[in-house]
Design a protein around this ligand. Sequence first.
Ligand SMILES: [Zn+2]
Length: 100
Amino acid sequence: MSSMNRREFCSALGLLWATSGWSGGQGGDDASARMLAGAIDIHVHSYPDDRPRSIDAIDVTRLARSRGMRAIVLKNHYESTAGMAYIARKEVPGMEVTGW
Ligand SMILES: [Zn+2]
């Protein structure tokens, strides 16, 4: 991570989400997975939300863990995500998940 600048990091995140084709499996691009090892995404939007999202909180947590990420922060513009983060932590052991 220390050699990755913000643009590269954001690109890797976009690649992660774009290539996931998420269905609970590994999937995705090996290069993006290597770039995300140990990463913390501090702004993750997911279902349930007030607008369409590409993935729900449990599956995005599983996806992040499958890529070797350290942690994610679940976000919502109108409601607390603390309860969803609690459930995601229980369902996806080994991932640090925080609500906001
Ligand atoms: Zn936001």
